[in-house]
Write a protein that binds this ligand. Structure first.
Ligand SMILES: [Zn+2]
Length: 261
């Protein structure tokens, strides 16, 4: 065998683990058999290029690696792995992890706090994930954090990926129209919550549940893109119904339409 042949070989993904991942996370039902084959190849390439390590004693096995590769590669099936080129490592915690925050306000006062996170994408650095959150079925923190990387691919966390010309202008317009509409909808919901209901508790869920997206999407346009990227694959009908033009924009970008599953 020529040496090149060995160099080009990638470790194959275990068939039964691959099938059980597709069953456990029914996010790829809109893909054809040949697209599923492409996705599986992309996952092997991803696992070859990236390092997945456990933190705080979390053990990385083949099932963890395939689950993360599957969720990370699904959004970039038609885009390829280039958007993930600025980092190599994915760090997985056995639970949510604490991150110190330091914010300087307008008056120059420093506020220090600690936040519990389910995931984080560091600009130019690793992606950090909490394993119980990776496994959740109503949200998808893995897709969320990897979409942040696609946003950051042009150097800015502004909700706009590496697009140029009229396509970039159209994206910005659709993004901002949907984002502002969502912020207004959130304001209206917050105003409708009776004073005896604490909006910070689960008692307010019936009100926030009327929104098409997690309220976290209102933080800024970058979070809006990440939350919508997640919703595009997890709850595509709901997103398309709320924001049809924005959904079409995302569908063109990802080259997929998960409503067809
Ligand atoms: Zn985020």
């Amino acid at each position: 065998m020529p040496l090149r042949w060995f160099a080009r070989r990638r470790p194959q993904i275990d068939e039964s683990l691959w099938q059980s991942t597709l069953t456990q996370y029914p996010l790829a039902g809109h893909l054809s058999t040949s697209e599923l084959g492409q996705l599986r190849n992309l996952c092997s390439e991803f696992l070859h290029r990236k390092t997945i390590s456990g933190a705080r004693g979390f053990e990385i096995n083949e099932q963890v690696r395939i689950t993360i590769a599957f969720q990370a590669c699904l959004p970039v099936l038609k885009l390829g792995l280039a958007g993930y080129d600025d980092f190599v490592e994915i760090i997985v915690y056995p639970s949510q992890f604490r991150v110190p925050r330091r914010i300087v306000d307008e008056d120059g006062l420093v506020h220090e706090s600690v936040e519990d996170l389910s995931g984080e994408a560091m600009d130019g650095g690793p992606i950090v994930l909490s394993w119980p959150d990776v496994q959740a079925d109503d949200t998808n923190v893995t897709i969320h954090e990897f979409v942040h990387k696609l946003d950051l691919a042009d150097g800015e966390a502004d909700g706009i990926p590496a697009l140029s010309g009229p396509r970039r202008r159209r994206w910005r317009e659709n993004l901002h129209t949907a984002y502002e509409h969502f912020c207004d909808a959130l304001d209206a919901i917050e105003a409708a919550i009776p004073p005896d209901v604490d909006p910070e508790t689960e008692h307010a869920d019936p009100w926030f549940g009327r929104l098409p997206l997690d309220p976290y999407a209102a933080v800024d346009p970058a979070e809006f893109f990440a939350v919508c990227g997640e919703a595009f694959f997890v709850t595509p009908h709901r997103l398309a119904q709320a924001y049809p033009a924005w959904y079409r924009e995302l569908s063109e970008f990802f080259g997929q339409d998960p409503r067809n599953r």
